[in-house]
Write a new protein. Structure first.
Length: 182
């Protein structure tokens, strides 16, 4: 039995714990994110989702940054960047997506390079806004996580796809806070 048969559900669970912890302003959630990210990086390496490997490696760094950034008080009022800032970040992400997809197609044996590059670059952008505690990060996550569902299903990563479905729902909840009354 390959280790990722148990490693994938563990990685999914740890990353889910992170997101729920983040939504509850629990700074320790970044530890779960770091460990879960290491596991997913190795799984994606085995499945030849090379951009995803890089993404999960970046998540380890972002987990450390988020933990450090949240080690003081969790922000009460989330910053709201100007619309131009978001447009600029989307333009940069678009260029990054095209460049990464091209690099993956030309220099590697990566599977699904365009899709892989989209979820990777989109996740980096959403994570950047998330660790800056910008509420609009949830909008980015809705799009990226929904796209990742298909990517993970295509590669038969069922736990990863389930995690991305839950992430999509949590992003919707994170943005609109439907369950605040509970």
């Amino acid at each position: 039995m390959k280790w990722h048969k148990w490693g994938e559900p563990l990685a999914a669970g740890l990353n889910l714990l992170y997101t729920i912890g983040y939504m509850q302003s629990w700074g320790g959630s970044f530890v779960a994110a770091g460990i879960g990210s290491v596991l997913f990086a190795w799984i994606c390496w085995q499945k030849k989702l090379l951009a995803e490997v890089g993404l999960w490696a970046f998540y380890v760094g972002f987990a450390l940054y988020g933990w450090w950034n949240a080690s003081g008080a969790w922000p009460e009022n989330l910053p709201v960047p100007q619309p131009e800032t978001h447009l600029l970040s989307l333009a940069i992400a678009g260029v990054g997506w095209a460049a990464l997809a091209r690099a993956l197609r030309k220099t590697s044996k990566a599977d699904l390079p365009i899709w892989d590059a989209f979820t990777t670059v989109g996740s980096l952008l959403a994570t950047f806004w998330m660790v800056q505690f910008v509420h609009a990060n949830w909008l980015y996550w809705m799009v990226v996580d929904a796209a990742a569902v298909g990517l993970y299903l295509r590669k038969k990563l069922r736990w990863g796809a389930l995690l991305m479905i839950i992430y999509t729902l949590l992003a919707i909840e994170g943005y609109w806070n439907f369950l605040a009354w509970i």
